[in-house]
Design a protein around this ligand. Structure first.
Ligand SMILES: *[C@@H]1O[C@H](CO)[C@@H](O)[C@H](O)[C@H]1NC(C)=O
Ligand SMILES: *[C@@H]1O[C@H](CO)[C@@H](O)[C@H](O)[C@H]1NC(C)=O
Ligand SMILES: *[C@@H]1O[C@H](CO)[C@@H](O)[C@H](O)[C@H]1NC(C)=O
Ligand SMILES: *[C@@H]1O[C@H](CO)[C@@H](O)[C@H](O)[C@H]1NC(C)=O
Ligand SMILES: *[C@@H]1O[C@H](CO)[C@@H](O)[C@H](O)[C@H]1NC(C)=O
Length: 205
């Protein structure tokens, strides 16, 4: 009985990305006042149960959906992001289509070293939400592009979280880092032009 509850809880945790914070880039602040549901959905009525999603391109999410009649049968469907939106990884299982005005978008200008986003000031979310963050790197043609390092840095702290040799990086934001400035960075490792999109998200606890 307990094990069952636990599994449901975990499933809920990883799949319940419910929105992205409203961003005021002018004041460099991610506030958590608004919920914008931009999660890719299962559009086929016969396979309507959302399982997970990945960014196929900057404009297209591939969504894994479970059959209504045949649980265990998973069908992949395409979900196109809207005008002015980009696909960004937000948890290890979920992507969001984010409005580029509500996200961080930057590029390396053919520089092989670190290119960082503008800093954003984190604002603590409502207590029933976990604040998460993610970034995805793309080629100029919009294909997910692996880079040498993806990292997040808080304020002027030396401490950083990073991954190597990926095209995306997702992480949860701990309470101790609320009210700090967060920047996202990547190093391409060569002079290829790379564009990055980063966003914050909520996961319902
Ligand atoms: C959904 O399933 C019903 C019954 O199996 C079938 O008649 C219908 O064509 C299916 N719809 C789609 C969109 O595949
Ligand atoms: C995102 O990175 C993970 C590894 O951290 C990888 O398994 C996944 O395939 C990547 N997503 C895409 C769209 O390539
Ligand atoms: C989904 O998009 C891919 C291109 O990324 C395409 O090859 C595939 O045929 C599409 N699938 C459907 C069901 O539309
Ligand atoms: C949060 O801040 C602490 C201390 O500055 C740091 O060690 C940690 O890596 C930061 N990031 C996360 C995700 O906890
Ligand atoms: C965050 O960054 C802004 C602009 O870079 C700066 O003015 C502000 O003092 C920083 N806030 C904190 C809490 O570090």
């Amino acid at each position: 009985m307990f094990a069952q509850l636990y599994i449901i809880y975990i499933f809920f945790l990883v799949s319940a990305v419910v929105g992205i914070p409203v961003v005021n880039l002018q004041n460099q602040t991610f506030s958590t006042d608004g919920l914008v549901p931009t999660r890719p959905k299962c559009t086929d009525p016969n396979n309507s149960k959302y399982k997970s999603s990945v960014c196929a391109t900057r404009k297209l999410a591939r969504v894994s959906c479970e059959s209504n009649d045949n649980s265990g049968t998973v069908v992949d469907t395409n979900f196109s992001c809207g005008d002015g939106e980009s696909c960004v990884d937000i948890t290890s299982n979920d992507v969001l289509c984010v409005d580029e005005n509500n996200a961080l978008v930057w590029e390396n200008n053919h520089y092989s070293g670190f290119a960082c986003s503008a800093p954003v000031l984190l604002v603590p979310p409502h207590e029933s939400f976990q604040l998460v963050a993610g970034m995805t790197t793309y080629s100029t043609t919009g294909d997910p592009m692996q880079v040498v390092v993806l990292l997040a840095k808080y304020g002027d702290d030396e401490s950083r979280e990073f991954v190597g040799h990926q095209n995306n990086f997702t992480f949860a934001i701990n309470q101790e880092n609320f009210s700090k400035n967060l920047s996202f960075c990547f190093a391409a490792g060569n002079e290829e032009e790379i564009q990055a999109v980063a966003s914050l998200g909520y996961v319902l606890l």
